[in-house]
Design a protein around this ligand. Structure first.
Ligand code: SAM
Length: 322
C-alpha cells in the first residue's frame, strides 16, 4: 500500500468516462461550447482494466463514475458491467440527470444504488442560463424515476452569487421533501476560475453564508461524516440532512483519499496540482508488466496532494469530473 507522510492513501477512485457533455455550465465551460469526446479516449475495456489494476496497486475500495457526462458515453454499459464484477465496496455515479430516465434500467441492472445529480436551480430560465443545455423537467422526472427504483440520491448544487443564490432554500426544501440529500459545493478555483480571481470572488458563496441563509428558516446540527469525507454534513432534526463541500472554508486536503483517472488515460492525484501521469499505455499490458510501473506513478501522484488546502488548479473540471 502506498501511504504518504500524512498517512494519506488512495481509497476512492473517480473515473471520467468521457469528456463529452450535453451541458456547458457557465462555471465549467466559459466559452459555452458543447464538449465532445477527446479523440484519444480509452476504450471501455482499457478503462475497466485501469480500475482493476488500481484496485490492486493502490488499494482502491470505492469507485465513482463521472465525466464530462457519463450517461452520454457509449462506453457506459461495457464499463459498468466490468467494474461491477471487481468486488468494490461501492460504485456510484455523478450525472447531470438529463439522460437519467433513459439509462435507469442500465444503471439498476449494473447494481448502481447511489447517484449524485448536479442541479443548480429549480427555475427553468436560470437553468437554461447556467447549464446552457438540457431541460429542467427532464432532470426532475429522471430523479423521480430513480427514487421510485430505490436509488439513494444526492443533489449537487454550486451556489453562485448573482445566478442562483435565491434557489438555495427552494432546492433545500425540494430535496428535504423527497429524501434527497442536498450537497452545496463551494465554487472551486478550477480552469478559467483559477486565473480569473475577479469572476471567482464575484460568484463565490461561502459555507458561512450558506449556513446563515439556511439558519433563518431551520435549526440544524452538525452530523457525523466519514473521516475522509469531502462534505461537512448537517442534520435538520425531523426533516433530513444536507452537506457542504467547502473546499475554501473547510479544506479537506489533509484527509483526501481521492485519485482520478481521465478518459484519455491520465492519473491525477490532486485537483489543485497541474501534474498528471500517463497510464494509458500501461493499460494494454498484462498485469505483471503494468503493475510495477503503475506503482511508481502512484507514488508520484500521491506526492502531488496539497499539504493543507486547495489552492486552485488549471485542470478543468469538465475533463476530470469533480
Ligand atoms: N456531468 C456530470 C455532472 O453534471 O454531475 C459530472 C461532471 S461535473 C464536472 C461534476 C461536478 O462538478 C458537478 O456537480 C459540477 O457542478 C461540479 N463543478 C464543475 N466545475 C466546478 C467548479 N468550478 N466549482 C465547483 N464545482 C464544480
Amino acid at each position: 500500500m502506498i501511504v504518504d507522510r500524512q498517512g494519506r492513501r488512495f481509497r476512492n477512485l473517480r473515473v471520467s468516462l468521457t469528456s463529452a457533455c450535453n451541458y456547458a455550465c457557465t462555471y465549467c465551460v466559459p466559452n459555452g461550447k458543447r464538449l465532445v469526446a477527446a479523440q484519444d479516449e480509452l476504450s471501455a475495456e482499457a478503462m475497466a482494466r485501469g480500475v482493476a489494476y488500481l484496485i490492486e496497486a493502490a488499494g482502491i475500495e470505492r469507485l465513482r463514475i463521472t465525466g464530462g457526462e457519463p450517461l452520454v458515453s457509449p462506453k457506459l454499459e461495457t464499463f459498468m458491467t466490468a467494474v461491477g464484477q471487481m468486488g468494490l465496496e461501492d460504485i456510484s455515479l455523478t450525472t447531470n440527470g438529463q439522460l437519467l430516465a433513459k439509462k435507469l434500467p442500465l444503471l439498476v441492472n449494473a447494481g448502481i444504488r447511489r447517484i449524485n445529480v448536479s442541479l443548480d436551480t429549480l427555475d427553468p430560465g436560470a437553468f437554461r442560463g447556467i447549464a446552457r443545455g438540457g431541460d429542467l423537467a427532464t432532470v426532475l422526472d429522471g430523479m423521480e424515476q430513480a427514487r421510485a427504483a430505490g436509488m439513494k440520491i444526492k443533489v449537487n448544487m454550486v451556489p453562485l452569487r448573482g445566478q442562483n443564490l435565491d434557489q438555495v432554500m427552494p432546492l433545500l426544501d425540494y430535496c428535504l421533501e423527497r429524501g434527497y440529500e442536498l450537497r452545496f459545493i463551494e465554487l472551486m478555483r478550477m480552469g478559467h476560475l483559477a486565473s480569473d480571481s475577479n469572476t471567482f470572488l464575484q460568484q463565490f458563496v461561502s459555507l458561512q453564508q450558506l449556513l446563515s441563509l439556511i439558519g433563518e428558516r431551520y435549526e440544524y446540527l452538525q452530523a457525523n461524516a466519514p473521516v475522509d469525507a469531502t462534505a461537512v454534513r448537517y442534520q435538520i432534526p425531523g426533516l433530513g440532512h444536507f452537506g457542504v463541500i467547502a473546499n475554501e472554508s473547510v479544506p479537506f486536503c489533509r484527509t483526501c483519499s481521492r485519485l482520478r483517472l481521465s478518459s484519455t488515460g491520465w492519473l491525477h492525484g490532486c485537483l489543485s496540482s497541474s501534474n498528471r501521469h500517463y497510464v494509458g499505455d500501461l493499460l494494454d499490458k498484462p498485469r505483471h508488466q503494468a503493475l510495477p510501473s503503475l506503482q511508481r506513478l502512484l507514488v508520484k501522484a500521491l506526492g502531488d496532494k496539497q499539504e493543507v488546502a486547495f489552492s486552485g488548479g488549471a485542470t478543468v473540471m469538465k475533463i476530470i469530473g469533480g
